[in-house]
Design a protein around this ligand. Structure first.
Ligand SMILES: C[S@@+](CC[C@H](N)C(=O)[O-])C[C@H]1O[C@@H](n2cnc3c(N)ncnc32)[C@H](O)[C@@H]1O
Length: 277
């Protein structure tokens, strides 16, 4: 049974890290006229109302995107992708990963969007109905990813963004990406992961480190846990295989300040190569 609903968390600090990183990757892919594809294994419901009961209950967007939307270091292309979903100029609707991808999509590019949850898949179908070159797949993203590879066109980005509500999501992520990489070693793979007080992501990162895959960059933002805090998320990370040239340097310049704006004074950002060339 899947209980996670992204509507409670849309626009939080983790979405900001994930979607700003994706935006910089799309900027790099768009520099050449050659087509690219985008594959999203865990798509969610595309758009999120920041005034919904779910968003108000957690208030996560208030400490997330609403905190940094006008920050001078926020990548302009990411801000534009958000602005495109808010015609009246007010930030009340937040774009999920499929909508971010669509805002960069050109005529020649295609999207493959997977989702397993019965409610989310209906939203995904309804909200992407008019998009061009977009395929929707109601299926398990871990199984679907290798099945769609190698893609046509042969350049592009994969996002693997599970909720990790089931502990096995960590090992399934590493296994699916390893299998996918064997079929498409030139693709750019992006994996989002939470940084929890009781950290469960490290063994997944170890698995990637020992996989034989080269060019793996990790990007993390996290704050210190309070002395009485015993569980919960204190930050998040993105693991990128084959990141675009100089993405590491760009993120290293902007993330330290953005991390403090999102997570407070104790926050730090790290950009480091888990495995080099
Ligand atoms: C973190 S949310 C995705 C958020 C989205 N990628 C974004 O950035 O806006 C995770 C999504 O994965 C879906 N999901 C859970 N298990 C799945 C699976 N095995 N395959 C595909 N989707 C799954 C959930 O229903 C949820 O919508």
């Amino acid at each position: 049974m899947l209980s996670y609903r992204h509507a409670f968390h849309a626009g939080n600090h983790a979405d900001v890290l994930k979607h700003l990183t994706m935006s910089l990757v799309f900027e790099a892919l768009g520099k050449k006229d050659k087509p690219y594809c985008y594959i999203d294994t865990h798509s969610g419901g595309v758009y999120y109302d920041l005034n919904s009961d779910e968003a108000r209950k957690t208030g996560e967007a208030i400490e997330g995107i609403l905190q940094v939307y006008n920050h001078p270091l926020l990548p302009k292309s990411y801000r534009s992708a958000i602005a495109r979903c808010n015609d009246d100029g007010r930030l009340t609707r937040y774009p999920g990963s499929p909508a971010i991808a669509q805002s960069f999509q050109r005529e020649q590019d295609c999207l493959h969007l997977m989702e397993l949850h019965n409610t989310e898949i209906e939203l995904l179908k309804q909200r992407t109905g008019r998009w061009h070159h977009t395929s929707i797949h109601h299926r398990d993203g871990f199984e679907g990813l290798p099945a769609l590879l190698p893609p046509n066109p042969r350049r592009g980005l994969v996002l693997v963004d599970p909720s990790y509500e089931i502990k096995s999501d960590y090992s399934k992520t590493a296994q699916a990406v390893e299998k996918a990489y064997k079929r498409w070693s030139t693709g750019i793979f992006a994996v989002w992961y939470p940084i929890l007080i009781a950290d469960k992501s490290r063994f997944m990162l170890d698995q990637f480190e020992q996989s034989g895959i080269r060019k793996i960059l990790t990007i993390e933002m996290q704050r210190k846990a309070e002395p009485d805090e015993t569980f919960g998320m204190i930050g998040s990370g993105m693991l990128l295989i084959n990141p675009p040239y100089q993405l590491d340097q760009h993120l290293d310049t902007i993330l330290p300040e953005l991390a403090k704006a999102l997570l407070g004074d104790t926050a730090v950002a790290t950009v480091r190569w888990l495995v080099g060339e």
